[in-house]
Design a protein around this ligand. Sequence first.
Ligand code: AMP
Length: 282
Amino acid sequence: MAEVAVFETVRDMRAAVAGWHAAGEKVALVPTMGALHEGHIALVSEAQKHARRVIVSIFVNPTQFAPHEDFKKYPRTFDSDRAKLAQVGADAIFFPPVEEMYPPGFASRILLLGPAAVGLDDRFRPTHFEGVATVCCKLFTQSRADLAVFGEKDYQQLKVVARMAADLDLGIEIVPLATVREADGLALSSRNRYLSAEERALAPLLHRVMQALAARLRNRDDLFRAVGEAQSEIITAGFELDYLEARHAQTLAPVTSLADGPIRILVAARLGGTRLIDNIAV
Ligand code: AMP
C-alpha cells in the first residue's frame, strides 16, 4: 500500500500540484472535516474517475461552527483517516493547522445570496455557509485543483459551493456524488457516532418518511398535505424537526406543486443533541 503524502502548508501542497500539472495530470480535491467513513471514501473513488491525482483535505473549520455547536468535540481521527486514504489510493492529505488557514489578522468572509439564503439550514445556522464558502474558496485557490467532489448529503452546501465557484470564477469544476447510506437507509455521517443505541434505531425513519413522501409527490398527491403529514410523522416519532420542505432542486426556492419542479425534499431534525440532515430527489 502506497504512503499518502501529508502536507501541512499551502506551500508544500502547491509545489506537489505544480509538479502534477507540469506532468499534464489533472488534480481533484475532496474537502472533508475528517472522521472519514464510506461516504468520504466514495468521494475519493469518484474523484479518481475524473483526475489522476486526488488530494483530500482534512480540516475541522472553526468558522463554520457557531459558538454553541460541536467544534471542540467534533471527532478527530487522523491516524485511521490516513490509513483509509492509503487503502483507497489517495495521493495526498492536506492537513493544515488552524493558523495556516486563519493566520493572525485574518478578516475576510464571503457574503452569500441565492441558495445560501433560502431559509433552510441558513435559518438554523446563520453563519454556517459563509464559513463553509470562505474555507472552500481558500482550499480551491490554495490547491489550484481542477475539480472538487462534494456529497449530495449536504445538498444546500453543494448548491452554495457550486454557485460561489461559478460566481467568483474560481476555475474549478464542482462534481456531485449521491449520498452513501447504511443498509437501513440512514445517511452516513461523522456525527452518527453521537447517537445513543435508541436514537440510532430511530434515525432511519427520516429516510423512510422522505422516500414515502417522494413517492406521494410523484403520484401527484397534494403537496401541502403530503409534506404536512410527513412533518407530523417525524415529530410524532420523537424528533425535534427544524424543517422538512419540498424545494426546487436547483435554486432551492419554495415550490407549490410538482409542476414547479424538479423537486428536492430536504430535512433537518434533531435526536437528543444530534442534528441529522438528509435529502432526496422526487
Ligand atoms: P464532512 O466531512 O462531513 O464535512 O463532509 C465532507 C464531504 O463528504 C462533503 O462533501 C459531504 O457532503 C460528503 N459526505 C458526507 N457524508 C456523506 C455521505 N453519506 N454520502 C456522500 N457524501 C457524504
